[in-house]
Design a protein. Structure first.
Length: 305
């Protein structure tokens, strides 16, 4: 039985994905992959458990199901390559067991059953299942809850500073993430700490790039409460489903990039811990006498003390 190597299979998948919105037949698609139609169909079917046409049609239906939140049935059908609303409705109802006109009201998930774990990921990417791990990350709750608690405490403690000290350049030239720019003051560190979590949540949820609102402490406190709650939900879902190695395509990047959920969650927690330490040290240097320890052991002792 012919089987494509992982890199070769990914090339074949990308060939299908790149032509998702084109009216192209199987022969032309195979030609783009430099294969005969027979060999192309065999490799894709053996590698994915779905024929190329079935795989493509399912992704288009999943995208249409997600789009139905914001566009009408006719437009969703056209974007999926159907020439008539009737044909789209028949195909959609066959796949989801309910017509597209009722899909959103029934609050169903847009993912269909798939033999390969590859799904549409909004707004314009893929979610790709990885190889399950044999172990789990039992530190998840401690890391999440400590980050949430300490961030709230640091924002509250920063409220003791004057506006001048809050914006004082206490870390000249400091760059934590190369794409985030300098973070030279307590306010800048807190703002990036909150904002970059919002950015990653948008990438995972497939929503628009967040607009950066004002960075007053009141705003940062409210935004943190919202983003921390959603981040905890995401991380716990990934943990409970064992999806640390599953990947998604982040359409907010230019060009789009693929990331694993585990890698992104670890990145967020790691950089959050680094910023929290810098913020606490800066607060002490600016004369704030009572700054909470950034150590998770101290936090846990206080929690049970």
């Amino acid at each position: 039985m012919d089987r494509a190597a992982p890199d070769r299979l990914r090339f074949l998948i990308d060939t299908i994905i790149n032509a998702l919105d084109e009216k192209i037949d199987g022969d032309a698609l195979a030609k783009r992959a430099y294969l005969s139609r027979f060999h192309f169909d065999r490799l894709v079917t053996n590698g994915l458990g779905e024929a190329p046409a079935t795989f493509r049609r399912r992704l288009l239906l999943e995208r249409a199901a997600w789009q139905l939140r914001t566009i009408n049935v006719t437009d969703a059908g056209l974007s999926s390559g159907y020439n008539s609303t009737e044909a789209f409705t028949r195909a959609f109802t066959r796949a989801y067991g309910t017509p597209p006109s009722r899909f959103v009201a029934e609050r169903r998930h847009f993912r269909l059953s798939a033999p390969n774990g590859i799904h549409f990921h909004p707004p314009a990417g893929l979610s790709i299942s990885g190889t399950p791990r044999k172990d789990t990350m039992d530190l998840t709750d401690r890391l999440l809850e400590h980050d949430d608690w300490l961030t709230r405490r640091l924002i509250d403690t920063a409220g003791q500073l004057s506006a001048a000290d809050l914006d004082k350049e206490i870390r000249p030239g400091n760059i934590v993430d190369r794409f985030a720019g300098p973070e030279v003051s307590v306010r800048a560190l807190l703002a990036q700490h909150v904002f970059l979590k919002e950015v990653w949540i948008a990438a995972i949820d497939g929503t628009k790039f967040p607009e950066q609102p004002d960075d007053s402490l009141e705003s940062l406190r409210a935004r943190h409460l919202t983003s921390a709650r959603r981040f905890c939900e995401i991380a716990r879902i990934v943990r409970d489903r064992g999806e640390w190695d599953d990947a998604f395509v982040d359409a907010l990047c230019d060009p789009p990039q693929s990331f694993t959920y585990g890698g992104v969650i670890a990145h967020i927690i790691e950089h959050s811990a680094h910023r929290r330490g810098m913020i606490a040290a800066a607060l002490r240097e600016l004369g704030v006498s009572e700054v909470d320890s950034t150590c998770a052991i101290d936090w846990e002792k206080a929690l049970h003390g």
